[in-house]
Design a protein. Structure first.
Length: 393
């Protein structure tokens, strides 16, 4: 998508040069990126960068990728969304994850009372209305889940999906709503109703049988939340949720790539069974990401980071201490993916899952200038959201 442009006539022009750009067909050298009014205007030969005017930024040989999009973020920077579902908490979480390249996040509220979910949805609306950088919606993970596959979720909060809950889940006015549910806890017509109202339904924390999962997919569910974790496994005579996910070729599957939630060998096998453009990276991050404190309380239980993962006193995994830059590095080192594919799994594919593929997830003219600069060790150096660098540096 190389093009030559006349010098722009606006002081809002930003020119990023001196790095390698991750374009649709892979890494490109000798290019400069032109940003105007928060959007990518063009990719031009680096030789033209000096004649474009505006503010020029030298990337110093780094790798410029589309900003990461994390669809499951419970907390960060010491804050947990469930504890204080407010715009201030959302901002704190988004700022923490931005330091690791996530320029778009879905703050995630796990199984709780309906009034907590209502507060979380209202807070998300207000945060987006106030222009909180990087917030594109909300993920409601439970409480419409299986008690048998609840993981660390509080069993006392688990409930069935009914009409009252559907009305609440469809109440977000701005941004995207993702809902993780267990199909066996509700009726197919209610799943279809959520989808028809614009909610993105993801299957997770389910003990459902293969046929129940297939029915949910037929009703419009388009995702699987953290594949393999907290779902009925694939067995020789009972394919379960995992078998339904691996057989399906169109729904998106979220992967936690930290080497602990799922063995890398299992993830490699999964990647060979489905189109890669239907797999996406996510963190399921907890407050410990971006915080020196590696302990927190989750609904009355103390959670501690041990060997890189968050665990409850009984050893149950409780989300992760993973950030998206680390997830990308792990996808390369543990799963053998090249950087271009790992980048797409962290940006383009999540954007498409959310229905934001025409706005986010790619370096191409017309897209929002949400970007992350990595060094050769794939560590975050800088981020831009709508063309604005991180004020924290």
């Amino acid at each position: 998508m190389l093009s030559s442009l006349p010098p722009p006539q606006t002081s809002e022009t930003l020119v990023l040069t001196g790095g390698r750009l991750m374009l649709d067909d892979g890494l490109a050298e000798g290019r400069a990126l032109v940003v105007e009014a928060g959007r990518i205007r063009a990719v031009v030969p680096a030789s033209e960068a000096g004649s474009l005017g505006g503010h020029s930024v030298d990337l110093k040989g780094g790798v410029l990728l589309p900003g990461f999009i994390d669809t499951q973020v419970n907390g960060g920077g010491g804050a947990l969304f469930n504890d204080d579902p407010s715009p201030e908490t959302i901002r704190r979480i988004a700022e923490a994850h931005r330091r690791y390249g996530s320029t778009s996040v879905l703050p995630t509220v796990i199984s709780d009372d309906l009034h907590v979910l209502a507060d979380a949805i209202g807070a998300t609306d207000r945060a987006i209305a106030a222009g909180c950088p990087g917030v594109v919606g909300i993920h409601v993970e439970g409480p419409f889940i299986s008690v048998d596959r609840k993981g660390v979720h509080d069993e006392s909060k688990v409930r069935i999906l009914d009409r009252e809950a559907v009305a609440l889940l469809t109440s977000l006015r701005q941004g995207k709503t993702v809902v993780t549910l267990a199909p066996e806890t509700t009726e197919p017509r209610l799943i279809r109703g959520l989808v028809e109202a614009g909610v993105i339904v993801s299957i997770g924390h389910t003990d459902g049988e293969y046929a129940e999962i297939r029915t949910a997919l037929d009703c419009g569910a388009t995702g699987f939340t953290h594949l393999f974790n907290a779902m009925s496994p694939m067995q020789n005579r009972a394919p379960g949720a995992v078998g339904a996910a691996l057989e399906n070729q169109t729904a998106w599957c979220g992967l936690i790539v930290d080497g602990r939630h799922v063995d890398p060998v299992v993830l490699k096998i999964a990647l060979r069974t489905r189109p890669l453009n239907r797999m996406l990276l996510l963190t399921d991050a907890m407050p410990t990401v971006g915080s020196a404190d590696k302990r927190f309380t989750l609904q009355g239980r103390e959670i501690v980071v041990e060997d890189g993962v968050c665990v409850a006193p009984d050893g149950t995994l409780a989300g992760s201490d993973l950030d998206m830059a680390s997830a990308v590095r792990n996808a390369v080192s543990m799963l053998g993916l090249d950087l271009a594919e790992a980048s797409r799994m962290a940006s383009r594919y999540p954007a498409e899952f959310l229905g934001l593929g025409e706005e986010l997830g790619r370096i191409r003219p017309g897209h929002r200038a949400n970007l992350v600069l990595l060094n050769d060790a794939l560590e975050t150096q800088e981020t831009w959201i709508d063309g604005r660098p991180n004020p924290e540096g």
